[in-house]
Design a protein around this ligand. Structure first.
Ligand SMILES: Cc1ncc(COP(=O)(O)O)c(C=O)c1O
Length: 397
């Protein structure tokens, strides 16, 4: 049996939209991207959604908005030490310095108790990650941010469908950045999106995704039948060649948006099936709690069912890599549960952190893994996973 990490279903609606887009020849960012943005915003419950070419761009551009609000290059952004490396990369790509904070073992998320001591005069924002879809402790984080006048940006890359104290993930801070990569719950194959209630932030995001241009209308007319822009020469020269800020090139295209529109239509079903799978995995792991821990869903939250994390307990007679090797050999796709970016990813060594600075992130980096909970998995795959786990433990424990 095979238990793949992810799966993608491109709907009939998306396929027919893609054909009509290809026939029309209007393939770059246009009306389908706008439709996708509008539907994504409706689903999340925010006023605005700005579609981009990846979740990493979503993180970086949300941060780059802060330059319009007084931030300076190499100001500091607080991020959890444990995340997919894109979180740290994005901070650097946006021209800021990542300042890392250790995570909690039980939630995998930034430990709010450790945040305040890392705040300096240069701190501009906190970017918590809802790792594995488990909402970060946003009340505590927002309270600290308010006290120190910091922005908060959710890295919600893995948290589609997550709910925290009755509010959707993506609505819990100044902005939220999602990934729409294939392994994620809502997908455009490659893609990302930033949600926000602030129209001024959304305007800047639209400028940033297109080289920092002065063009930032919500409804751009360029890629429409008329194609005539009344604003184009209102500024003394062509607005498309006025660059207001240092920008990026990371627009979503129409074909990706068409995949996303189909994915959004299916997403409630997908989230519900993935939640069912995740909760079964969590529940059945209790049989093995001598060996492993995982995350748990609190009463006041819903985990966005991204994947099922497993962390080995201390002092076991086997390693994470022996387990993942055995699972992989038996057809079960696994991923490490990421790494401590500052101390386990060589790219960040120039920041001067040393091994031991982030004990929880490093422990999870050495002892954590995650497996898929996607919509094409059913009871038989879950049974097979636990049977394989039992067989492994019989051999090694
Ligand atoms: C927590 C987190 N942040 C950011 C990203 C980056 O997203 P993308 O791969 O779409 O660039 C990912 C990707 O999976 C992620 O897991």
């Amino acid at each position: 049996m095979k238990v793949p990490f992810g799966t993608i279903s491109i709907t009939e609606q998306s396929k027919s939209l893609i054909s009509s887009i290809l026939v029309s020849g209007r393939v770059s960012n246009g009306k389908y991207v706008r439709e996708f943005e509008q539907k994504f915003a409706e689903l999340t419950g925010t006023k605005e959604a700005v579609a981009l070419s990846s979740g990493t761009d979503a993180d970086a551009l949300a941060l780059a908005v802060l330059y319009d609000f007084g931030a300076k290059r190499m100001d500091e952004i607080l991020v959890p030490a444990l995340s997919f490396v894109a979180t740290g990369n994005a901070v650097l790509q946006a021209g800021f310095k990542p300042v890392f904070v250790d995570v909690e073992r039980e939630t995998l998320n930034i430990n709010p108790m450790l945040i305040e001591k890392t705040i300096t005069k240069k701190t501009r924002a906190i970017m918590p990650v809802h790792l594995m879809g488990k909402p970060a402790k946003m009340d505590e984080i927002n309270k600290i941010a308010k006290k120190h006048k910091l922005f908060v940006i959710e890295d919600a890359a893995e948290a589609h469908g997550g709910v925290y104290k009755g509010k959707n993930v993506g609505t819990l801070a100044d902005m939220a950045a999602y990934s729409l990569y294939i392994a994620h719950i809502i997908t455009t194959i490659e893609g990302g999106v930033v949600t926000t209630d602030r129209e001024d932030f959304a305007e800047i995001l639209r400028s940033l995704r297109s080289h920092g241009r002065a063009c930032k209308c919500k409804l751009c007319v360029v890629n429409t039948n008329s194609g005539y822009c009344q604003k184009r020469f209102n500024y003394g020269r062509d607005i498309r060649f006025i660059f207001e800020r240092v920008g990026y090139s990371c627009k979503m295209n129409e074909i990706e948006a068409a995949v996303g529109i189909g994915s959004l239509k299916n997403c409630k079903k997908i989230i519900s099936k993935r939640r069912e799978n995740l909760l079964k995995f969590i529940e059945r792991l209790t049989e093995f709690d001598e060996y492993f821990t995982t995350i748990h869903e609190e009463k006041n939250e819903k985990i966005g069912p991204h994947a099922f994390p497993i962390i080995l307990k201390e002092g076991l007679p086997f390693t994470r890599d022996q387990l993942t090797d055995y699972l992989d050999k038996n057809g079960i796709d696994t991923r490490d549960l990421f790494t401590s970016m500052p101390t386990q990813c060589p790219g960040f060594s120039f920041l001067g952190y040393k091994l031991g600075d982030f004990p929880n992130a490093e422990y999870i980096g050495n002892n954590g893994l995650h497996i898929g909970v996607h919509q094409d998995l059913g009871e038989e795959h879950i049974d097979y996973f636990f049977k394989t786990l039992r067989d492994f433990l019989k051999k090694v424990a």
